[in-house]
Write a protein that binds this ligand. Structure first.
Ligand SMILES: [Zn+2]
Length: 415
């Protein structure tokens, strides 16, 4: 018998964690948290449902309940990984090989804390055996580099996890590939993210008429050509491909992006052939000078029409020395209203008479796209989570030929 248990994230965006277990083996899928809590006590965090109720993984020298176990992570967003920082067990943690490289480079360039966990990489489309469970990760499309969908089988039953996914991104063929694999596996249970059902489509156009990564670059190109103000961009480093595209677009129009050092190093380690400009700082070392093109802030101040400037929230004060600028928010932190830093950002921009423009693209599929995914995967049962309103998704999918399912927290489902 195989059991499935849901440990978090049933009506939140992110923090969704499920466990699939046999008598001897278990696979845990995703290990995120939804909020940054000041609280560090594991018991309290578990009681608050911030951490999954897996006490044995958060304390030293606990007995292993399973002979074989592993955690698989769909992608490197904090709402899918943050609980890893609390792990005390040496349980193997698998991420895609692309995510693994991203993690190494983020940690190496100071953009992420090293986790000190038993980390492994999986190749796409290759099956890994965890005792009597087999796990296959498939490349997917989301606004995080290396995102994957996960398929688990016990030899008789199959379980799929969509991870976070979109159909309006640059890697649609990847999504089709895993949808076909899931369909061929005749899933007993398919867990699908339902982010776009969290919001009324009219209030959040991004989820009804999505902007693609191509659209982002098109708008950026127009601004580069027509706007003389300094163009400031704030992208999220884990969307590595967008960083590269900003760099390419800006170089093509001879108005390069000048990156903060950690971002420049990250880009350079993935794309050593790219022409990468970096803000001049004493921290540049010999290798940086070999790989990167330093530009001083005074040059940028004098000729804002010749440059774009990448700025992360931590370095916001740099902008107080800049001439008139246009602030292009491209899904970098702080992401939105729910983060208190977002108000501070807006206040800062108002003080400096800077215009704010959103220049992002969502990593989440529209409602119609989610319905299409559920239809094509055609699982016996489709569960919706990773949404404030999973019940809205269930209502919208009621015509589909699949049993729709809203799991309960900590209940054990047997297959
Ligand atoms: Zn997520």
């Amino acid at each position: 018998m195989t059991t499935v248990r849901f440990l978090n994230g049933l009506s939140t965006i992110g923090g969704n964690i499920m466990e699939i277990a046999t008598e001897t083996s278990r696979v845990i899928m995703d290990f995120g948290m939804t909020e940054n809590s000041e609280e560090t006590d594991v018991r309290t965090l578990i009681a608050q449902h911030s951490l999954p109720a897996l006490n044995e993984l958060f304390q030293d020298n606990q007995k292993h309940a399973f002979q074989h176990e592993a955690i698989f992570i769909s992608h490197l967003h904090l709402d899918h990984t943050a609980a890893l920082a609390y792990l005390r067990s040496n349980i193997p943690v698998y991420i895609s090989h692309e995510s693994y490289r991203l993690y190494q480079n983020l940690a190496g360039s100071g953009l992420a804390m090293p986790l000190g966990i038993n980390l492994h990489a999986f190749e796409y489309d290759h099956t890994i055996q965890i005792g009597d469970l087999s796990v296959t990760g498939f490349a997917s499309d989301h606004d995080a580099f290396g995102a994957a969908a996960l398929l688990v089988s016990d030899g008789h039953h199959s379980f799929g996890h969509s991870g976070d996914v979109r159909l309006h991104g640059p890697h649609l063929e990847r999504v089709h590939n895993w949808i076909n694999a899931f369909r061929a596996a005749h899933l007993d249970l398919f867990m699908l993210e339902g982010t776009s059902f969290s919001f009324e489509p009219k209030q959040n156009l991004e989820f009804s008429e999505p902007v693609s990564e191509d659209d982002v670059q098109r708008t950026f190109r127009q601004l580069i050509q027509n706007d003389e103000r300094l163009l400031v961009i704030n992208p999220y480093p884990r969307n590595l491909e967008r960083l590269l595209r900003f760099n390419q677009t800006a170089n093509a129009y001879n108005r390069p992006v000048v990156w903060e050092l950690p971002y420049a190093r990250l880009l350079s380690s993935f794309y050593p052939e790219a022409l990468i400009h970096v803000q001049e700082t004493e921290r540049l070392n010999k290798q940086d000078f070999a790989m990167l093109i330093p530009v001083s802030m005074s040059t940028i101040q004098h000729e804002p029409e010749r440059f774009c400037l990448q700025n992360s929230y931590a370095d916001l004060q740099v902008l107080s020395r800049c001439p008139k600028f246009l602030y292009l928010h491209s899904n970098g932190e702080p992401l939105g209203n729910y983060d208190p830093r977002y108000m501070k950002l807006q206040e800062f921009l108002a003080q400096h008479h800077a215009e704010y423009q959103y220049l992002g693209s969502s990593g989440h599929a529209t409602r119609n796209a989610l319905i299409a995914i559920a239809k094509n995967v055609n699982a016996q049962t489709t569960g919706i989570w990773h949404s404030f309103h999973p019940e809205a998704a269930v209502a919208a999918m009621s015509e589909l030929d699949t049993h729709l399912f809203l799991p309960n927290y900590d209940e054990i489902y047997s297959f």
